[in-house]
Write a protein that binds this ligand. Structure first.
Ligand code: EPZ
Length: 422
């Protein structure tokens, strides 16, 4: 693949930023919003509460303005939460702004149980009264009170949820063992533009001085480091010379360092990573960790590369208990992988052959797409609605750098989703 591919805004920064708009009755304008399915689900979620959500189009298609002046029902229904568990990000903002919130529990997901107990515990430590009933979390608080919270486990959306809640609490809050993902720091930047008093975002300890009211703001969402990482691996696997433009290379340090170990050649400039050459690749182990460790959201894509590396790569998934759904599909394409608990042992280099495969979750589907780019023949990836949740127009972007990929049939509702040929 040759040429330049542009990275969109980060889904995992856009979702909490849209939830943050619930904290004020003034308009919040967000730029660089990716056109992915989860954004559409969030728009529906906020609109169902009474917020005005204007999604830009044409030249403004990556902009959205949200005004939550009249929140008529501070509720996130099961119908929407089951489509996107990140909907639980509205719990803290609704409680802080309206003094009450009713949010469906997300339930399990393909990659793990993913409870929100740490969100609930944290809000209780800020004085909220929380009950669970009929699959819903019911939370009330006259006004949240600043407090000290230590997360038992590092949680990205848990940190974001409590950060948003603490901005309108009475007094100072100190959050310990926080997630340090760039998306957390980006949210704090937006909140401070809205008048919040936050220090330490991006570090394990965040201090928040509560304020009485927040105001509107404009903010540009950071680039999607996982989309960028996916394209870097696509370039490496297909032996091209590609520029992955509009990304933040500093957010990709650990991934790029690992790829250098494997034998991938890259060069970087302010907002671009160039990937060159096609190996040979040598096997190297990874262990997924919280940021700045190796991201779990790149584990499946890295596994596709490991199938083309000489030797044995041991991939340990430490964040989610069930994030190897892509393994059996990669094996259908001829990969040599054995699972032992949280470890996948990948032996390479194994030539891959095209097959009809099934996507099970967002990053698993990206892994299958990468494998199909180097498999002999034409593969069909089914249930690509998973990939549309987090990758903007991925087939058009890849076609732009020479991939032979096309979507078969229209984007239809889940049940009737048409397969895609690669
Ligand atoms: C965020 O999910 C991302 N989603 C995920 O990206 C990402 O995989 C994950 O962080 C880890 O980096 C968004 O930002 C919208 P966690 P989140 O809370 O916040 C356990 C993608 O592909 N936990 O950091 O839900 C949990 O089960 C998605 O874009 C609790 O036990 O993940 C997991 O094992 C997938 N109780 C671990 O902590 C809680 O209350 C980390 O989860 C919360 C989490």
């Amino acid at each position: 693949m040759l040429g330049t591919i542009r990275v969109s805004g980060a889904k995992n920064a856009a979702l909490p930023a849209m939830a943050a708009a619930l904290l004020t009755d003034e308009p919040v304008t967000l730029e660089n919003i990716p056109q992915v399915r989860d954004i559409e689900t969030t728009r529906k979620l906020l609109a169902a509460m009474g917020a005005e959500v204007e999604l830009g189009y044409g030249r403004a298609q990556h902009r959205t303005t949200i005004c939550a002046r009249n929140l008529t029902s501070p509720e996130a229904s099961y119908e929407l939460v089951k489509q996107m568990r990140a909907s639980s990000l509205v719990l803290g903002p609704l409680l802080a702004r309206c003094g009450r919130a009713r949010v469906s529990l997300p339930g399990g997901c393909a990659i793990g149980a993913r409870p929100i107990d740490l969100h609930i515990k944290g809000l209780e430590q800020l004085g909220a009264k929380i009950t669970q009933d009929h699959g819903y979390v019911e939370a009330t608080a006259d006004r949240l009170k600043g407090g000290e919270i230590s997360f038992e486990k590092i949680t990205v959306t848990g940190t974001e949820d409590l950060l948003m809640a603490a901005t309108l609490a009475d007094g100072e809050s100190v959050l310990h063992n926080c997630a340090r993902e760039p998306e957390v720091a980006d949210l704090a930047e937006l909140l401070n533009k809205m008048g919040a008093l936050i220090e330490g975002a991006g570090t394990p300890t965040i201090r928040v001085k509560g304020v009485g009211k927040l105001h509107g703001a404009k903010h540009r969402i950071i680039p999607d480091r996982i989309e960028a990482g996916t394209f870097i691996i696509a370039g490496a696997l297909t032996g091209g010379d590609m520029n992955i433009a509009g990304c933040e290379p500093a957010h990709l340090d650990v991934l790029i360092a690992k790829l250098h170990e494997v034998g991938v050649k890259t060069a970087q400039s302010a907002d671009t990573v160039r990937v060159m050459g096609d190996g040979p690749f040598k096997a190297s182990d990874i262990i997924t960790q919280e940021y700045p460790g190796f991201p779990t959201d790149m584990q499946a894509q890295y596994m596709a590369l490991a199938t083309q590396a000489e030797g044995t790569s041991v991939i340990t998934e430490n964040i989610f208990e069930n994030r190897f759904m892509h393994v059996s599909e990669l094996m259908r394409m001829g990969a040599n992988i054995r699972i032992e608990g949280r470890r996948a042992i990948v032996r390479g280099k194994t030539p891959l052959s095209a097959a009809a495969v099934l996507a099970s979750d967002l990053r698993a589907s990206a892994s299958l797409l990468l494998a199909a780019l180097v498999a002999e023949g034409e593969s069909i990836i089914d249930r690509v609605y998973h990939i549309d949740r987090g990758y903007e127009h991925i087939e058009e972007k890849l076609k732009g750098v020479g991939a032979q990929i096309r979507r078969i049939g229209e984007i239809l509702p889940k049940k009737a989703a048409a397969p895609s040929r690669v």
